[in-house]
Design a protein around this ligand. Structure first.
Ligand SMILES: [Zn+2]
Length: 173
């Protein structure tokens, strides 16, 4: 019977993809054992196998201030959304109750904000623009217009905002 690690069964019943299998060793460590196949019934897996969802999950919130420097994280397009979440801006507004969906970012070249606000994957350290998969709390979701979401230079916050941090960041490519 397959076990589930760091997430619950209900979550897995909805989200049947992006999982890998780990085998629990006698010394308590886990080793990568292969890919999960949703067509195989849980009963057919060995008791020593654990399934892990490969998608970023909610990792808390951080209040950020006007003029805080931010960068777009690179390579985040294919980050699978958490179970039941269809857009990253919905993910943000689900957690930041009452938060206004607008662009919170200005850049140093004076680009005008475009229509269409998305949940941008942002970092506050230029050395973390290529976030390590699996990292916790480095990547944050901030509402941003499509224009500013495509700028790779340093930018800054035009208004205070509560960022939603991602844990187990997973870019999937
Ligand atoms: Zn903007």
């Amino acid at each position: 019977m397959l076990n589930y690690l760091e997430n619950n069964k209900a979550e897995n019943e909805v989200d049947e993809k992006w999982k890998v299998l780990y085998r629990k060793l006698k010394d308590g460590r886990y080793e990568l054992a292969g890919l999960y196949d949703p067509n195989v019934p849980d009963e057919d897996y060995g008791d020593d196998l654990y399934a892990v969802n490969l998608s970023s999950v909610y990792g808390g919130e951080e209040y950020m201030h006007v003029n805080d420097q931010v960068w777009n994280a690179e390579g985040t397009t294919h980050d699978p959304k958490p179970t039941g979440v269809h857009t990253w801006i919905k993910f943000w507004s689900d957690h930041v109750i009452g938060g206004v969906v607008q662009c919170y970012v200005n850049d140093n070249e004076g680009h005008t904000c475009s229509a269409g606000i998305v949940g941008g994957h942002m970092v506050v350290d230029p050395n973390e623009r290529h976030p390590q998969p699996g990292s916790n709390g480095k990547v944050r979701i901030i509402p941003i217009c499509r224009t500013h979401n495509n700028i790779s230079n340093d930018m800054y916050l035009s208004a205070p905002v509560t960022a939603v941090l991602l844990n187990r960041y997973y870019k999937a490519n």
